[in-house]
Design a protein around this ligand. Structure first.
Ligand code: ADP
Length: 244
């Protein structure tokens, strides 16, 4: 059902984008500036709708247990470095101070978590995207990491609007969004945290939140520590000069 739905929904959307592009290229005749601006709006709306549909379908697939999850050892330092790179420009554009504290060695070993690298990255990018969305310019977003026994916690903290206590559980449910002045209509459908939590749980972890309204929030992704004896890889994957 999902595969069919996905095809049925995406095909006309692709056609909309394709024909808008053809017209914009002047293939059907000259395009005046106002028409060009309208075509841009059509294309943006098409991309937005495609994004929402993809998100809804991804969530449905996840809920149906149809998303394969790898269980491998993931180098935390490498992962956080990649995430830092991917978000740096957006944080800069949002005028936010952005810091990622890496923790690549613990007791002399490379720190790893057990899970699927793409899914862990997806969760962190979603948490960082939210931190960016709900923090005013001039604020800050920080990623930190700590280890307790066999659990690794990656915290995404912000100095944003915060989340009222009454909504702190509900925001992890699908389609729930807290009504704040910083929530922009066009952004998301309220699935990001539901997807993130499902993914984390599928890897044996979780996503939780602590927050103070007007002060900020800290979302924590907890995962299990990797199984492999990291000593075996010592020196091979740790980039020079990054050891703490
Ligand atoms: P979306 O971001 O698409 O709205 P999410 O599931 O990611 O969906 O988030 C649900 C709601 O939780 C958001 O609409 C927002 O109200 C609240 N929220 C999430 N992250 C934060 C944050 N860092 N600070 C304040 N509110 C947040």
């Amino acid at each position: 059902f999902l595969a069919t739905m996905s095809h049925e929904l995406r095909t006309p959307l692709n056609a909309i984008a394709g024909y808008a592009q053809l017209i914009d290229m002047g293939i059907r005749g000259p395009v005046i500036a106002a028409q060009h601006a309208d075509l841009l709006r059509i294309t943006r709306s098409q991309e937005h709708l495609m994004g929402l549909i993809n998100e809804i379908l991804n969530f449905a697939k996840l809920e149906a247990g149809a998303v394969p999850i790898a269980h491998t050892d993931v180098d935390v330092n490498e992962l956080l470095l990649g995430v830092r790179e991917m978000m740096a420009l957006q944080m800069q554009r949002g005028s936010l101070h952005y810091d990622v504290c890496r923790l690549n060695r613990i007791d002399g070993r490379i720190l790893t978590v057990r899970g699927d690298v793409d899914k862990i990255r997806q969760i962190l990018l979603n948490l960082l995207g939210n931190a960016l969305k709900f923090t005013r310019p001039g604020g800050s977003v920080e990623v930190t990491c700590d280890v307790t026994g066999d659990a690794v916690a990656i915290h995404v903290g912000d100095t944003g609007v915060g989340i009222p206590l009454a909504q702190r559980t509900a925001i992890f449910e699908p389609f729930v969004q807290v009504d704040t002045s910083l929530t922009r209509n066009a952004d998301g459908v309220g699935l990001g945290l539901a997807i993130s939590r499902s993914l984390a749980r599928a890897m044996g972890g979780d996503v939780t939140v602590e927050s103070n309204v007007g002060i900020g929030s800290v979302f924590t992704l907890t995962l299990k520590r990797g199984l492999a004896d990291a000593d075996a890889r010592d020196g091979a994957t740790a980039p020079a000069g990054t050891a703490n």
